[in-house]
Design a protein around this ligand. Structure first.
Ligand SMILES: *Cc1c(COP(=O)(O)O)cnc(C)c1O
Length: 444
């Protein structure tokens, strides 16, 4: 046996569970969908984002089945901001998802990918008039956020001499706190009803849909039951009072992925509702409350469809021992690439089995920032320079919210179902970053 230097481990509360000392077993992931992580890093560099086509399709099919087996009219709308890599959006569109965008930039990106206006939902609190005009002309589904937007749309309707079909975004108490009440109009205090009355009286817009997005990483299906019930009751009322025909209700996104939220100690498999549980709650609430024709059911699920399909490979660069005795690893990916690290304790896998006992360790990123901590307390065996770690699940929000702080953003690849690896986005370099910078004449 190889000699292992002995270490004395201080018992650390952050590492103990109610079962006593932490697991000593090593979590190993040597390949993703049959492709070796070491080979991936050799070919595409480190760090490297890796996405699995297989997982994306499995997730989409799981959620689509859960809803379409219970309800006749279901449509998914891919939430661009969750991950708007062209190839990822294309994949979702190919599976049958349409596009849900929340800004002018995202709208343009969907159009650039060949998505027709009618297949785009335009959400968000900030829709400049020019973007709104284009969306109206192209027949996009516009979800109104505030009264200014009603006025803007009425002006556009007058300019174009048309009636514009619209939906409004609603917010409400669903038993989840803090409540997301800054978007759209409140149902509980009648603000939403009054906004619809205002739309009716303006005679330029036609209400065809009701939308809400109650939060993200929602761990209770019951919140969706409450949301759906309130939307359907509002639908019944405005159809009766104003004669509008509500074609669809859009219950937004927010389903949780199998990620481990900080402060939640049970395993994701225990606390995260299944696609079937979410679907059951939502669909039952429609059937129990709806009067008149059944509306189409729209979903803007983002996170739950992509988070588990994304991995970040990162390599150990150095290690040191901190004054309190804890082992410290410096790896080449930090919070610059893992924005969601502030909320989650990711799974961290080793590329192979390492000899020796595990000891309390901390994993830090490469940034000169004290908060650049990927794992503050983790049991690890002695890793070497170049050991490849797989951080998972990281498919949602990390790429769209990544920051270019002191380093270049890395390559991103997709593994297809035949184990072929495709580059989806090339890493940045000096040219791509300084491309739009200008030096004033007097400094040249
Ligand atoms: C962000 C967002 C979504 C997607 O939310 P997830 O938590 O990723 O499912 C859907 N709809 C709207 C309006 C959003 O802002």
């Amino acid at each position: 046996m190889k000699y292992q230097k002995p270490t004395i481990n201080r018992i650390d509360f952050a590492l103990a569970s109610k079962y006593g000392s932490p697991l000593r077993s090593q979590k190993i992931k040597s390949s993703i969908d049959g492709v070796s992580v070491n080979e991936l890093v050799k070919e595409f560099g480190s760090p490297l984002f890796v996405f699995s086509q297989k997982t994306i399709e499995e997730k989409y099919n799981e959620f689509f089945e859960a809803f379409s087996s219970r309800y006749p009219k279901v449509q998914f709308w891919w939430s661009y901001k969750t991950n708007y890599l062209d190839a990822i959006c294309k994949l979702f569109h190919k599976l049958g998802s349409k596009a849900e965008v929340v800004s002018e930039f995202e709208y343009q990106k969907a159009r650039h990918l060949g998505v027709e206006g009618k297949d785009i939902i335009f959400n968000g609190p900030y829709k400049p008039k020019k973007a709104l005009l284009q969306a109206v002309k192209e027949g996009a589904k516009i979800h109104i956020d505030h009264l200014y937007e009603i006025n803007d749309l009425e002006e556009i309707a007058s300019e174009l001499n048309i009636e514009i079909p619209v939906a409004i975004r609603c917010n409400m108490d669903t038993g989840i706190y803090p409540q997301w009440s800054r978007f759209g109009f409140n149902i509980d205090n009648n603000e939403a009803y009054n906004a619809i009355k205002r739309i009716y009286e303006g005679k330029k817009l036609i209400l065809t849909g009701l939308h809400a997005h109650i939060g993200t990483f929602m761990l209770t299906a019951n919140a969706y039951a409450k949301e759906t019930q309130k939307l359907i009751k509002l639908k019944n009322k405005v159809e009766q009072d104003f004669g509008f025909e509500i074609e669809y209700i859009d219950i937004g996104g927010g389903f949780a992925s199998k990620n481990r939220l900080k402060g939640v100690y049970q395993a994701p498999e225990v606390v995260v509702p299944s696609a079937n549980e979410y679907a059951e709650a939502i669909v039952n609430a429609i059937y129990e409350n709806n009067k008149g024709a059944l509306p189409e059911l729209y979903l803007e699920t983002g996170r739950a469809l992509i988070d588990e399909a994304g991995y970040l490979l990162s390599s150990v660069f150095a290690s040191k021992r901190m004054p309190d005795g804890k082992k410290n690893y410096i790896i080449d990916a930090g919070v610059n690439l893992l924005y969601t690290n502030f909320w989650y304790n990711f799974e961290i896998f080793l590329d192979k089995r390492y000899d020796g006992l595990s000891e309390p360790s901390q994993i830090n990123g490469p940034l000169c920032m004290n908060i650049d901590i990927i794992a503050p307390n983790i049991m690890l065996p002695a890793l070497e320079r170049g050991s490849v770690l797989t951080i998972w699940p990281v498919g949602a929000y990390n790429i769209t919210q990544s920051m270019q702080f002191i380093r270049y953003r890395p390559n991103i690849v997709l593994i297809d179902k035949e184990k072929n690896v495709h580059l989806m986005k090339k890493s940045e370099n000096l040219d791509t970053i300084i491309e739009n910078e200008l030096i004033p004449q007097f400094l040249q």
